[in-house]
Design a protein around this ligand. Structure first.
Ligand SMILES: Cc1ncc(COP(=O)(O)O)c(C=O)c1O
Length: 315
């Protein structure tokens, strides 16, 4: 197999495949379900990867477990630290519990309390720190500097990205002839891993990112050609509320993502329609309102979508 030098900390398709293999000891593959409703709406065959049945109800457990599995045993014993407003914190807490190691999760005071409680229930120490993610992140970094535990970044880490990319390995197993994949973007770890794997394995598959208009750091960064940090983030989709992509995830998106579509999910009011970042002529826009799942879209004729089928092609 051809290994690429991605310029992104050596993340390769085989690293993603190894993550998929190793994760299978802990997490069964999630189903890829044909969606009649979205197929009718989008007029393309649409399948949805059901990540909401993961033990923490989100794909984030893939990246966190991969990171913890890949730590040197001695390093691992010292425990892990992260900063997260929710799903990643739960992923790290779950992985730490699986390996019986300590975990500390710094959370902004504004974090969703149900998610914070879930992190505690998984056995991690929760430290409220500051008003937003950046405050919590800085506090977590101060803890890391005091020595010992390993920081697990929510998206800008090669092992976390490889873990999230394991979704694409399962996808190609289940739906060999997929032609377009739609992936929500927060900091970009999920789309980074998926896009790298798919584009290296099936260069013709189109990878489309979806961001809320109030948290469109990746689209702005791609347009500007450099990482651009938003002054303000406004979205009800807390998993997508990142103010900027990471260094690795931006490089991966630049190299592998075909297009980013925007749709509104603002806390206050709503905009009329989305806009698109596209380095090439735009495809027909498509919006699947899922933040907890990654949607797979297969079109019968990819440039002009055909009407939906009368029966599922595969589930
Ligand atoms: C449910 C859900 N979907 C999508 C994302 C975005 O993932 P990433 O930050 O890797 O882009 C997150 C991030 O927390 C999430 O929790």
């Amino acid at each position: 197999m051809r290994e690429v030098e991605t310029g992104t900390a050596g993340i390769t398709p085989s690293s993603v495949e190894a993550a998929a293999r190793d994760l299978a000891q802990y997490l069964p593959p999630t189903p890829l379900q044909y969606s009649r409703a979205f197929t009718d709406k989008a007029r393309c065959y649409v399948h949805i990867k059901i990540e909401s049945i993961q033990p923490i109800r989100a794909f984030k457990v893939r990246g966190a477990l991969t990171k913890v599995m890949r730590l040197h045993p001695e390093e691992r014993l010292a425990g892990v630290i992260t900063a997260s407003a929710g799903n990643h914190g739960q992923g790290v807490a779950y992985a730490a519990a699986a390996f019986k190691i300590p975990a500390t999760v710094y959370v902004p005071e504004t974090a969703n309390q149900l998610k914070v409680e879930a992190i505690r229930r998984l056995g991690a120490e929760v430290v409220p720190a500051g008003r937003n993610y950046n405050d919590a992140f800085l506090e977590a970094m101060r803890h890391v500097e005091r020595g010992g535990a390993t920081f697990v970044h929510a998206f800008d880490d090669p092992d976390v990205i490889a873990g999230q990319g394991s979704i694409a390995v399962e996808l190609l197993r289940d739906l060999e002839d997929v032609d377009t994949v739609l992936v929500p973007i927060g900091g970009g770890g999920l789309i980074g891993g998926i896009a790298l794997y798919l584009k290296e394995k099936r260069p013709r598959v189109k990878v489309v990112g979806a961001e809320p208009t109030g948290a469109d750091g990746m689209r702005r960064s791609l347009e500007a050609g450099r990482i651009t940090t938003l002054d303000r983030v406004d979205t009800i989709a807390d998993g997508l509320a990142a103010s900027a992509p990471g260094k690795l995830t931006f490089e991966l998106a630049k190299r592998y993502v075909d297009e980013v579509v925007l749709r509104c999910s603002a806390r206050s009011g709503c905009c009329s329609s989305g806009s698109t970042y596209s380095p090439s002529p735009p495809a027909p826009p498509l919006w699947l309102r899922s933040c907890t799942t990654t949607a797979r879209v297969r079109t019968k004729r990819s440039s002009s979508c055909s009407p939906g089928p009368t029966s599922p092609t595969r589930s």
